[in-house]
Ligand binder design. Structure first.
Ligand SMILES: [Zn+2]
Length: 199
């Protein structure tokens, strides 16, 4: 059915074709040769051309998180795994509960709809770092502080760079660089940038 549709539109890519085979066989460990045999025949009948670079197409799908590498040349599509990330988004009911708990105010500046400020529900511990969609891990932020919090992540990355430079300067006895990075790192402490990032 899908193949029929795609052949009509003639817009399918080789990668999409390969992925289709995995989608049609969820939760199965599929050896490389099995997919390639199938996709080669399909591609030939769709386009009249041979299929090229199947290894790279499968590797790309795995890198994007669309497939799981099970072993050497064996991959699988796991619907639960793919949807896992979305499960860690707050539901509308959770968002309402979190905003109610926080009194419909930004937990940093206290502003809310009364001040004409849009509120967001944010993961205290970010999803990327394993933060869950639980009420405890949610906090109400205004649009401005939500944006700033994302930038704190960049600030933290910056600190790691200065810590590395600082340690290198110490090893190489580079007094100028050591003095510079000590001052920068003191500023991180002064503004408590560590605790901001992990909030
Ligand atoms: Zn705020």
């Amino acid at each position: 059915m899908l193949i029929y549709y795609l052949s009509m539109t003639n817009s399918i890519s080789q990668t999409q074709l390969i992925y289709q085979y995995f989608l049609d066989h969820p939760n199965q460990d599929i050896p490389h040769a099995e997919v390639v045999d199938w996709a080669t025949k399909q591609w030939l009948s769709l386009t009249g051309k041979p299929l090229a670079d199947t290894d790279r197409a499968i590797r790309n799908l795995a890198q994007k998180g669309a497939l799981i590498k099970v072993g050497k040349g064996i991959y699988k599509y796991d619907p639960d795994h793919i949807e896992h990330r979305d499960l860690e988004d707050f539901t509308e009911a959770q968002k309402k509960e979190i905003k109610e708990r926080d009194g419909y105010r930004c937990v940093i500046c206290g502003r809310g709809p009364n001040e004409g400020v849009e509120l967001h529900v944010d993961h205290r511990k970010p999803k990327d770092l394993g933060g869950k969609a639980t009420i405890d891990n949610g906090e109400t932020l205004c649009a401005q502080h939500n944006f700033l919090k994302k930038n704190y992540g960049i600030t933290e990355t910056g600190k790691r760079v200065f810590l590395k430079l600082n340690s290198e300067a110490r090893q190489q006895d580079d007094t100028t660089m050591l003095a510079f990075t000590n001052e920068i790192l003191a500023l991180y402490d002064k503004y408590d940038m560590d605790t901001q990032t992990t909030k």
